[in-house]
Design a protein around this ligand. Structure first.
Ligand SMILES: *[C@@H]1O[C@H](CO)[C@@H](O)[C@H](O)[C@H]1NC(C)=O
Ligand SMILES: *[C@@H]1O[C@H](CO)[C@@H](O)[C@H](O)[C@H]1NC(C)=O
Ligand SMILES: *[C@@H]1O[C@H](CO)[C@@H](O)[C@H](O)[C@H]1NC(C)=O
Ligand SMILES: *[C@@H]1O[C@H](CO)[C@@H](O)[C@H](O)[C@H]1NC(C)=O
Ligand SMILES: *[C@@H]1O[C@H](CO)[C@@H](O)[C@H](O)[C@H]1NC(C)=O
Ligand SMILES: *[C@@H]1O[C@H](CO)[C@@H](O)[C@H](O)[C@H]1NC(C)=O
Ligand SMILES: *[C@H]1O[C@H](CO)[C@@H](O)[C@H](O)[C@H]1NC(C)=O
Length: 691
């Protein structure tokens, strides 16, 4: 070879190797073998679904393809892609137009780490002008489309003007069956549009379950167990599924404005399913049942208003009647009956109840049940092995390795790794988001957490990745301090990065596959993927008009619609305001779809909760106000204060033991300036995005 020839060859090698690498993404792709060439994406790209498989299953390949098409437009900022085509002509390198071909291959088989088969795997074959994704079922192909979108997003995030994929063959499938997050929607109200968005976001990271804890109460021992105390009657308790009008269950949901109608719930459940996420509903009994006892006090265990008396004749029929009403709402093959933290002294009652509900729900609906791990010692009875146990606590709960060797199927929700609490936790027990140190390297052996790891200190409590009875893991965000501790978006801020790291650890594990992500790779790519995640706008991103300016209204306004619904932090909203003397406390200064700012005491409102700043605007002169918000706090600079900030706070009642102050983060109420009968003048309104 000549010198020039070798340089050329080397250059070819470098290019080839460079072109062949898949970009790190979340979760990592199990395997990819490059060949030569690239698939170049262009706005003329076609999405083709193999005709004979297009409509099988629900969601079908065609339904997934149409969501993918919208997501691709979103990711690439392409105007409108061509309509999806049904065809049985497999594209190849010679295709004139770049084609993404989605199909099934019933001969494909994918195995979880424990050897059970899964329908969530997919193969992809990439050549110039043909990107073929095949799975054994539509769900696998769906995950293959997430991989495609992330590869595109990472290139665009790195500044690429066009997107191209290295040619080659890949195969990918999850290590574990259950990869979920749990949201405590019992102690905190969330509307279904937020929940649907969470599913969409989670789905980008191949999370396949949203476990909705849908009934619970605040826990305040003085109100619950105080001598002769009737405090329990008014302690916040909620059940979120709204019975139909005229139902015998009407009294179970006194606060209709904080419940989901059947239609709302079913629409959200469909949105989740269309993104590969199953909704696992939980109605928690026989503990955590204050909401049922507030409705029917005769069912209460004497001295424990949040516990059901399982020996009272009407108790189990009542619980069954609740499931009778709502089971038809649920599309997942499993539901959770909670069943945590009940009296150990009533172990036999507890075990009989759990087993009876398992057979009842199975007979009624064909669904199986899950319960939280609970220490209920009995010498005569045991929980049925049809029931999956979600471990969360040592030592109160049974020991997971023992449960598994006794034949129980187990989901790992161990709190040492997987618990979060909205805004804060008592004494800092839980972190704000899943602890990255622990998840990447804090487990025994320094390998990082995976669903087979149950203890950060004792390797005898973890098991191997291929343990046959280990189903996977669910991380949980609790809302122990109730509705006013957080806004829904603050809860999203705690969940967002947690979902991504959890996606990697439950799909790939820690150090199981050579392609698994390193922490550095994860840290580098997560911000790009967070910003690119399609189908929702939980970050409440808006395009600034120019520079960092969302809008500027230099004039004087009593009322004005801006056309911008809401803007996520960090931002600065500045304005001058003079309420007039007709009613200086009337009305709202700013309204947005996530928040409002009332004139009175400069009170922020979000989802029905109010947070007063406690500042009364003078009515005889203009006040200049600058509102600064980040994901951690919101404060105002008011001219009269000469530069000292005032923070919007919440006050959280921690187990009835002490009150804790917390900062509040609000999205900017950007939709309307001056509303709800505001009397006065607002001027020089300016909303800018902060770096
Ligand atoms: C539970 O109900 C039974 C039957 O009514 C009653 O005898 C018993 O005292 C109740 N137990 C408690 C702890 O409330
Ligand atoms: C680990 O398991 C043992 C029993 O095998 C148990 O006694 C211990 O409390 C467990 N705890 C933790 C945190 O690992
Ligand atoms: C403003 O707040 C104070 C206490 O902080 C309260 O007494 C007053 O009623 C509030 N005023 C309005 C109009 O909300
Ligand atoms: C529902 O109504 C109650 C009672 O009026 C109110 O306190 C609560 O803030 C409302 N919730 C929402 C989400 O608006
Ligand atoms: C929030 O709720 C708690 C009770 O859970 C209450 O004590 C507190 O005053 C409420 N309001 C604010 C603004 O924090
Ligand atoms: C609110 O945030 C500010 C700025 O980070 C901090 O100084 C303050 O301590 C926080 N307040 C509370 C109650 O957490
Ligand atoms: C967990 O324990 C198993 C069995 O003792 C061991 O093989 C594995 O390396 C441990 N893994 C971690 C991450 O600690």
């Amino acid at each position: 070879m000549t010198l020039l020839g070798s340089i050329g060859f080397l250059a070819f090698l470098v290019l080839h190797v460079w072109g062949a690498v898949l970009e790190p993404q979340i979760p990592s792709v199990a395997s990819f073998t490059p060949s030569s060439g690239t698939f170049k994406l262009s706005p003329s790209v076609r999405i083709v679904v193999e005709a004979k498989y297009a409509k099988l299953c629900s969601p079908s390949l065609l339904e997934y393809a149409s969501t993918f098409r919208a997501d691709l437009e979103d990711t690439l900022s392409y105007a409108a892609l061509a309509p999806i085509e049904l065809s049985s002509v497999v594209p190849d390198s010679l295709s004139a137009i770049p084609t993404i071909y989605l199909s099934l291959d019933p001969s494909l088989e994918y195995k979880l780490y424990n050897g059970r088969s899964t329908d969530e795997g997919y193969n992809f074959q990439v050549s110039p002008n043909a990107y073929i994704i095949k799975g054994s079922a539509p769900l696998g192909v769906w995950w293959g489309t997430r991989t495609f979108l992330q590869q595109a997003a990472v290139q665009l995030g790195g500044g690429a003007k066009t997107v191209s994929f290295p040619a080659g063959k890949g195969s990918d499938s999850p290590g574990w069956e259950v990869r979920g997050f749990m949201l405590d929607a019992g102690r905190h109200w969330f509307d279904t549009s937020f929940l649907g968005d969470l599913c969409i976001y989670a789905s980008y990271f191949k999370i396949n379950e949203m476990h909705l804890h849908a009934s619970d109460n605040l826990w305040n021992p003085a109100f619950l167990y105080g001598d002769g105390n009737e405090g329990w009657k008014n302690l916040y308790a909620a059940f979120r599924f709204q019975p139909p009008a005229g139902s015998a269950l009407d009294g179970l949901v006194p606060r209709k404005n904080e419940s989901w109608t059947k239609q709302e719930f079913m629409d959200m459940q469909r949105t989740c399913a269309n993104h590969g996420v199953a909704v696992i509903p939980e109605v928690d009994t026989p503990g955590h049942s204050l909401v049922i006892n507030q409705w029917k006090p005769e069912l209460m265990e004497t001295g424990a208003p949040d516990h059901l008396n399982l020996s009272y004749p009407d108790t189990i029929p009542t619980i069954k009647s609740i499931w009778d009403e709502f089971l038809p709402w649920f599309s997942a093959p499993e539901v959770s009956i909670g069943a945590d933290e009940y009296d150990a002294a009533l172990a036999n009652d507890y075990i009989s109840f759990v087993n009876e509900m398992s057979s009842y729900i199975s007979t009624k609906s064909g669904k199986s049940i899950r319960i939280w791990g609970t220490n209920e010692p009995s010498t005569t009875r045991s929980v049925s092995k049809d029931i999956t146990i979600q471990h969360w606590d040592f030592p109160g709960d049974d020991i997971p390795v023992q449960l598994m060797s006794n034949g129980y199927r187990v989901i790992n929700s161990e709190q040492a790794f997987l618990y979060l609490d909205g805004k804060t936790s008592d004494g800092g027990q839980f972190p704000q988001e899943l602890d990255q140190d622990l998840l990447w390297s804090g487990a025994p052996g320094g390998k990082g957490w995976a669903p087979n790891v149950f203890s950060p200190t004792d390797p005898t409590n973890n098991t191997s990745v291929d343990a046959p009875n280990l189903r996977g893991a669910i991380f949980a965000l609790w809302n122990d301090w109730g509705n006013n501790a957080t806004t829904a978006l603050e809860v999203y801020y705690q969940l967002a990065r947690s979902m991504a790291v959890f996606g990697e650890k439950t799909w790939a594990g820690s150090d199981v596959r050579p392609s698994g992500l390193t922490r550095d790779q994860f840290d580098a790519v997560y911000p790009v993927l967070n910003a690119a995640a399609p189908g929702q706008n939980l970050n409440r991103v808006v395009k600034p008009k120019h520079g960092n300016v969302v809008y500027e209204y230099p004039g004087t306004y009593g009322s004005l619609n801006t056309g911008i619904p809401s803007v996520g932090p960090p931002y600065t909203l500045s304005f001058r305001v003079k309420p007039d003397s007709r009613d200086p406390n009337a009305g709202t200064l700013f309204v947005g779809t996530d928040s409002k700012l009332h004139v009175a005491n400069l009170t922020f409102e979000a989802a029905g909760q109010s947070y007063a700043l406690g500042y009364v605007l003078p009515k005889d002169r203009y006040t200049s106000v600058e509102i600064h918000a980040t994901r951690e706090y919101t404060y105002a600079l008011i001219d009269a204060d000469k530069g000292s900030p005032r923070y919007w706070h919440t006050l959280m009642d921690i187990w009835g033991e002490y009150m804790a102050l917390g900062n509040m983060s609000f999205a900017a109420p950007s939709w309307q300036i001056g509303a709800d009968g505001f009397a006065g003048v607002i001027e020089d309104v300016r909303l800018t995005l902060d770096a």
